[in-house]
Design a protein around this ligand. Structure first.
Ligand SMILES: [Fe+2]
Length: 282
């Protein structure tokens, strides 16, 4: 049987990808951030998952305002790297896992989560930056990836609680997949940041720290945060944090936080990376 072995929470700031692609990770500005990624790469290299589900949001790359699915799962054999205005990032193509992806689609929809199914989908920095952060710059990504998009761009995004419940349904789906696979799940986006308006540049370290603590210790309490609270405390783009609840919901009640890195600033964002190992049976 397949099992979810761990979850990774990871910011997906586009400038982090640009710093990697331009060879700027050792500069005084970037080196403190990247120094904190080393232990996460060591953890990943040691644990070698068979497949990863990456929960992220599309930033008007695969979808536009013409079509705004709340939850999308990518079932393709591969996913091209999106051109976000500067050409596609120079990273390996993302190889999918159609067998598990279709199983997830079927299981989730029959479990009353009405997923949009993507047979073709370009993937943008929301997915590729967490891969780069945790895997470095390999010639090929070390595992296949199932992209799972959540709309957090066009109001209304799903609630944190709905995302947590989707994670629970993902856990049930993975547990009913017969092949013996170790599955890793990423929740990406966040942390506190606001890109526009009078509060552009907002960072809230206190909120971010409490959110990281709560994700490990009391995720149910965090699911009660409203969109207004996310926006007030973590900025307008801080609402991306609802995607972390999908990851946390896919883990059981008992987790061990094995790594945490938090750094300000990364571009105009607070950036974090946290690894939670799953200690619960599905
Ligand atoms: Fe984003």
């Amino acid at each position: 049987m397949a099992r979810i072995v761990a979850g990774i929470a990871c910011s997906h700031v586009p400038a982090i990808g640009a710093a990697i692609d331009k060879g700027a990770t050792g500069t005084p500005y970037w080196s403190p951030l990247f120094a904190g990624y080393g232990p996460a790469r060591e953890w990943l290299a040691a644990h070698r998952p068979d497949v990863a589900i990456i929960v992220y949001n599309d930033h008007a790359s695969a979808f536009s305002l013409q079509l705004i699915p709340t939850f999308t799962i990518g079932v393709a054999a591969d996913f091209p790297i999106a051109d976000e205005g500067f050409g596609p990032r120079p990273v390996p193509p993302v190889i999918g896992h159609p067998e598990l992806a279709w199983h997830l689609a079927e299981s989730l929809i029959l479990d009353e989560f009405d997923m949009t199914i993507a047979n073709e989908m370009a993937v943008d920095h929301g997915l590729t930056v967490p891969l780069s952060v945790t895997c470095g710059q390999p010639a090929a990504w070390p595992f296949p990836v199932i992209p799972l998009c959540v709309n957090v761009v066009q109001y209304p995004p799903p609630t944190g609680l709905r995302c947590f419940k989707l994670g629970r349904a993902i856990a049930r789906a993975v547990a009913s997949f017969a092949p013996d696979l170790d599955v890793l799940i990423y929740g990406t986006g966040g942390m506190s940041h606001q890109l526009q308006g009078e509060r552009a540049g907002l960072i809230n370290r206190q909120f971010d720290t409490a959110f990281l603590d709560g994700l490990t210790q009391d995720p149910a309490a965090l699911t009660r945060l409203t969109h207004t609270e996310y926006m007030r405390e973590a900025g307008s783009e801080g609402v991306e944090l609802v995607m972390w609840h999908v990851m946390r919901g896919a883990l059981g009640d008992r987790v061990t936080e094995v790594y945490r890195h938090y750094h300000v600033p990364a571009s105009n964002t607070a950036a974090a990376l946290m690894i939670l190992e799953n200690r619960s049976a599905a």
